[in-house]
Design a binder for this molecule. Structure first.
Ligand code: NAP
Length: 543
């Protein structure tokens, strides 16, 4: 057997030498100087400060463009750049707002090198979509990315931060915070699992994000889970406009495009409709148990493979004709068919105190607000699937919840009622809420037993309401779509009374399940496809 260890070592040395030579050549091409400033506490020369000096010494060998200066925290430059922690590295602070709190040790060393190269070149290397999102941010973003040297996901997120700061030095300031060197700061932000990203003191990312999601989260100042490219066009011409991005609209989008119809989905609020705020879904085929928001992300990602989605845009008006004109808050669409998949919105109790204390203890979304009530006492009003699912959700997260129902029997499915009994959630039967009381937040509710007429006051911190939905038919009414006695869109296999205008999902009434809404979305797109090939209204005319 041949001993290859000697040649392996030689090869490794060669490879390292070649790598360094390549880096030197790359730095030699760079137009920009790369000044690095190191701020330390005079009384504390710790391992992080020593590491910084060692790292920078290695990188300085690569290029004379990299310069290094060290100052104490009481130096005027520390005051000028508002440096208060030791050690802190500032990179090209006259041009960029990028600083390292701690040291770029372990996995972060590579990102530090990439940062120097980006600054040397003056290029962020972001893709066009990410640059497009950043260009639309008008206000400053102060970003903190919490990292640790051993975390394999942190470099990606740190790199996102650096790229954003290099691309938009005018508005993005970045602090990469090593939590080992800055445990107090990590405590302050509860950033104990890394990477974690904050912008303007708001959590914008848990874990590593793609560069597009990082930039979109920075723009919206909330964590984004699906990247939806923005379109700037003032006029879009296509075959189908779908109003509403819930399960019906998303499924309809997939089916329409697969039928060869160019399609756009317009959603003014959050995609996914009610599903997005449903804690757990257990009856959507293929998913024995899935978080509502997760299911929505899966659906949206699937739909985006086919159709354009315009989120945060409201349909103001629809003018039937050829083409049908859809006016939104941002642009016009000329289209051949419109599908109304506008869903339904929460019903209100209409009792004193409900409106005034909404958002101050009165809530219509346990997924959103439940965590605020852990260890506190609340009531959940309603007896349908929503009330029972949400009461269970609150109970499991540690909220002291009592279900309040106006009859002596729940409307919810047996399996859910079974779960509620097993969990031991108390139920007040034949009970109606007459008033919600409290000054700045909910303090109590006035309840009435509708069998005995007896009234009582119950001290609670919160009132959750899940008493059904009102169909969102304002737009349909405005353009003259017929509405049935129950207030839902009247339709014949998803065709409304107006040629070219269709409906699907909860706005049609019926069972209001995710799976039925999806099915209706698919059916309606197939109806649109059939009609665009062979318009039934023209056939009728000719007959
Ligand atoms: P829902 O089935 O219409 O039930 C509404 C509940 O609120 C009923 O129990 C009703 O009482 C009560 N209620 C209505 N108005 C009230 C008022 N003014 N004061 C007090 N109580 C009032 O609504 P939902 O539970 O939101 O469900 C809506 C649809 O979504 C349903 O089709 C449901 O099956 C579906 N959904 C399905 C799932 C699932 O399958 N996982 C989950 C959630 C929702 P009464 O019973 O006395 O009428």
């Amino acid at each position: 057997m041949v001993d290859t260890r000697g040649s392996d070592n030689q090869q490794a040395a060669m490879t390292e030498a070649q790598f360094m030579a390549q880096l030197k050549a790359a730095f030699a091409q760079m137009p920009n100087e790369i000044p690095i400033y190191h701020f330390v506490n005079p009384g504390r020369d710790d391992v992080f400060a020593q590491t910084n000096r060692q790292i920078v010494r290695v990188f300085r060998e690569l290029s004379s463009k990299i310069t290094f200066r060290e100052y104490n925290l009481d130096h005027e430059l520390a005051r000028k750049w508002q440096v208060t922690r030791s050690p802190t590295l500032l990179i090209a602070p006259e041009t960029y707002q990028i600083r390292w709190l701690g040291a770029p040790m372990g996995e972060e060393g590579r990102i530090f090198l990439e940062t120097l190269m980006m600054i040397g070149m003056g290029q962020s290397h972001l893709n066009d979509e990410s640059k497009g999102v950043l260009q639309k941010i008008a206000e400053p973003r102060a970003v903190k990315v919490f990292v640790s040297p051993t975390c394999p996901y942190c470099p990606q997120q740190a790199l996102n931060g650096v790229q954003a700061a290099v691309e938009r030095p005018d508005i993005v300031s970045l602090e990469i915070v090593d939590i080992q060197a800055n445990p107090g700061l990590a405590d302050q932000y509860s950033a104990h699992s890394v990477p974690q990203t904050f912008a303007n003191e708001v959590l914008t990312g848990m874990g590593a994000q793609s560069q597009e999601l990082f930039c979109a989260s920075l723009k919206k100042l909330e964590p984004q889970t699906v990247f939806i490219p923005e379109v700037d066009a003032g006029l879009v011409e296509n075959d189908v406009v779908i109003v509403g991005g819930g399960p019906a609209g998303l499924t309809a989008g997939i089916y329409a495009v697969r039928s060869g119809l160019s399609t756009a989905i317009i959603e003014r609020d959050a995609l996914g409709g009610q599903v997005a705020t449903t804690p757990i879904v257990e009856n959507y085929t293929g998913f024995s148990q899935v978080g509502g928001k997760n299911l929505v992300d899966i659906m949206v990602s699937h739909a985006l493979q086919y159709t354009q989605i315009f989120q945060g845009e409201e349909v103001i008006d629809i003018t039937p004709g050829d083409p049908i004109v859809v006016q939104t808050s941002r642009r016009k669409f000329h289209t051949r068919a419109v599908l109304l998949a506008t869903g339904a919105s929460h019903k209100h109790l209409g009792v004193p105190g409900e409106k005034r204390l909404s958002g101050k203890g009165v809530s219509y979304c346990s997924t959103c607000d439940g965590p605020l009530f852990v260890g506190k006492k609340v009531i959940m009003v309603g007896g349908g699937n929503s009330a029972v699912t949400e009461a269970l959700h609150l109970h499991h997260m540690g909220v002291d919840v009592t279900l309040v129902h106006r009859r002596d029997k729940l409307r919810a499915q047996d399996v859910l009622v079974g779960h509620l009994k097993e969990a031991g959630v108390p139920i007040l039967w034949n009970t109606e809420v007459k008033e919600i009381q409290g000054d700045s937040s909910v303090a109590s509710v006035v309840l009435e037993n509708n069998q005995t007429g007896e009234r009582s006051t119950m001290a609670v911190n919160g009132v959750f309401l899940a008493i059904g939905y009102e169909p969102a038919v304002a737009l349909a009414r405005k353009i003259g779509v017929a509405i049935n006695e129950e207030g839902y869109i009247q339709h014949d296999r998803h065709r409304t009374n107006i040629p070219g205008i269709y409906s699907a999902g909860d706005v049609e009434g019926g069972y209001k399940q995710i799976v039925t809404a999806s099915g209706q979305g698919a059916e309606s797109s197939m109806a649109i496809f059939e009609d665009l090939i062979n318009p039934y209204w023209q056939t009728k005319k000719g007959a």
